[in-house]
Design a protein around this ligand. Structure first.
Ligand code: 4AD
Ligand code: MG
Length: 477
């Protein structure tokens, strides 16, 4: 272990003697200056070696990517760009890095290239910054809920139910795929499978979380989620992480208040605690925006966007109002949308969501009261009989970041709904029990963690905010 991290040394108020520091070489120039990084901060510490005293063989091994251990003295820096540096007394190569083979050279690499080297890309400034912010957001999320009286619940990853009813699930089986047992009718005989029934990876922990909210009051899950949707977009992963709070006695308005306060709270946390990483990502974002055509450029920097979200109320708009706005919008009239909005009932695509957020309201938007037939079975039916108490939070550059609802707490209405959708009531017996025993108004939502990290870091592609992305045709690493 290092006694000190690079982060600590860079902030040190005293010039320390006889320190040991270990890390990886980022660059080595003039046979004298090593930029050393140990992951504790985006900043490198400059280590100055006296090459006359250093074995030539060792000098040759100080290559980008090599792991080294340095003993030396922390002094005031003679050069520009840093306040302190290390005068090296002795240097040991812990692990070599062959410069002809190491793919991460000190130059700009494309994100595509780095995705192919996902095991090494975290050694770049951009990815290490993104992953530190991701970690800070994880902490902020747990802190937010725990500070607000929530309990963390670990809902199952292997389930027998399809919470979203979308059928986009990965099956889990130990059956021999080369010799699948069949029933008399020719169907797969899941009674012979590991769990004695058909199972899959969860698409949401919500249904189980609801049962816990009915006893613990305020709960949240934060776990991996799996969707076998064949969407090759910059916002979809087959494996992603979702945060799902569920609160007894909350109606939809309280649910919207929670989502808004929660998102603002965790963004505030990273603004206060990830200053160096965000400053770097802010510059990166600005550079990238400048390379885009003028009309597509963000008119705010990354830091301005984060502050803007924290400082402004999310605009709350009903689906019906949104449809009117979209129907009369320029891109709809000029047939610029890929999916034109002609009538009430249309499902909104991300182009519509982004129009509302980026062009029309110019702030985060919460859409609510969607048509029942484009939403999941568990959402509470409104008095009008055709809309449900659903809410989606839409963000600039991202589109939908949160999906949630007030839940249907009335047993008869829920059973009716399940029947019309052809869902097997017996499969959901335990879920229906919550409506039989002490049912109550309750609400919750799901926040896509990677979409939040995308927004927080200004990264354009969701594959670049999770260490090892899983997407169709891709499960390397
Ligand atoms: O809107 P969704 O499907 O809602 C649910 O699953 C509810 N059960 C949540 C709840 O009420 N407890 O998903 C929630 C969020 C989306 O808004 C989006 O941010 C994210 O999860 N999401 C994805 N993120 C990355 N890749 C995917 N394939 C995603 N699908 C959904
Ligand atoms: Mg949704």
């Amino acid at each position: 272990m290092n006694k000190y991290s690079v982060a600590q040394l860079l902030q040190s108020k005293e010039f320390l003697q006889e320190i040991t520091i270990k890390g990886w070489v980022r660059t080595f120039r003039s046979n004298r200056f090593i930029a050393l990084n140990d992951g504790s901060t985006i900043n490198n510490i400059q280590c100055v070696i006296n090459f006359e005293n250093t074995d030539e063989k060792v000098l040759k091994r100080i290559n980008t990517g090599a792991a080294i251990s340095i003993k030396g003295t922390l002094t005031e820096s003679q050069g520009k760009g840093q306040s302190v540096e290390i005068q090296v007394n002795s240097l040991e190569i812990l692990g070599d890095s062959n410069p002809d083979e190491f793919p991460i050279q000190p130059k700009k690499h494309s994100f595509e290239f780095l995705r192919e080297n996902a095991h090494l890309r975290v050694r770049t400034n951009t990815f290490s910054a993104v992953m530190r912010v991701r970690s800070a957001l994880t902490f902020a999320i747990h802190q937010y809920f725990i500070n607000n009286g929530f309990y963390n619940v670990h809902t199952p990853i292997i389930t027998g139910s399809d919470a979203e009813g979308a059928g986009e699930m990965f099956g889990v089986t130990t059956l021999n795929l080369k010799d699948i047992p069949k029933t008399e009718t020719g169907a797969i005989d899941y009674s012979q499978d590991f769990f004695g029934k058909e199972t899959n990876l969860t698409v949401s922990g919500q249904l189980e979380a609801e049962t816990y909210a009915m006893a613990l009051g305020k709960v949240y899950t934060f776990g991996p989620t799996f969707r076998a949707e064949n969407s090759n977009t910059s916002r979809h992963l087959a494996e992603f992480w979702m945060i799902e709070p569920e609160v007894a006695f909350n109606d939809l308005d309280a649910n919207m208040d929670l989502a808004e306060d929660f998102i603002k709270g965790v963004l505030q946390y990273i603004l206060e605690n990830c200053k160096n990483d965000l400053a770097f990502l802010d510059q990166r974002f600005t550079k990238e925006e400048q390379s885009k055509p003028k009309l597509q450029r963000s008119d705010m920097s990354l830091l301005e966007k984060l502050q803007f979200v924290i400082d402004n109320n999310f605009k709350r708009v009903s689906y019906t109002e949104a449809i009117e706005i979209l129907r009369n919008s320029k891109p709809n009239k000029k047939k610029k949308f890929k999916y034109l909005i002609n009538e009430w009932g249309a499902d909104l695509q991300s182009e519509h969501e982004r129009f509302l957020v980026e062009k029309h309201f110019k702030c985060p938007v919460i859409l609510f009261d969607y048509p029942a037939n484009i939403k999941a079975f568990y959402m509470r039916l409104n008095e009008d009989g055709k809309t449900v108490r659903a809410m989606d939070v839409l963000f600039p550059g991202i589109g939908e970041i949160v999906g949630g609802s007030q839940r249907e707490e009335r047993l008869d209405v829920l059973i009716e709904k399940i029947k019309t959708l052809g869902i097997d009531e017996k499969e959901l017996w335990w879920y229906l029990d919550t409506r039989k025993f002490g049912t109550a108004v309750h609400s919750g939502f799901g926040l896509g963690f990677e979409r939040l990290v995308q927004f927080a870091t200004g990264m354009g592609n969701i594959r670049d905010v999770i260490p090892f992305p899983r997407t169709p045709q891709n499960a390397e690493f």
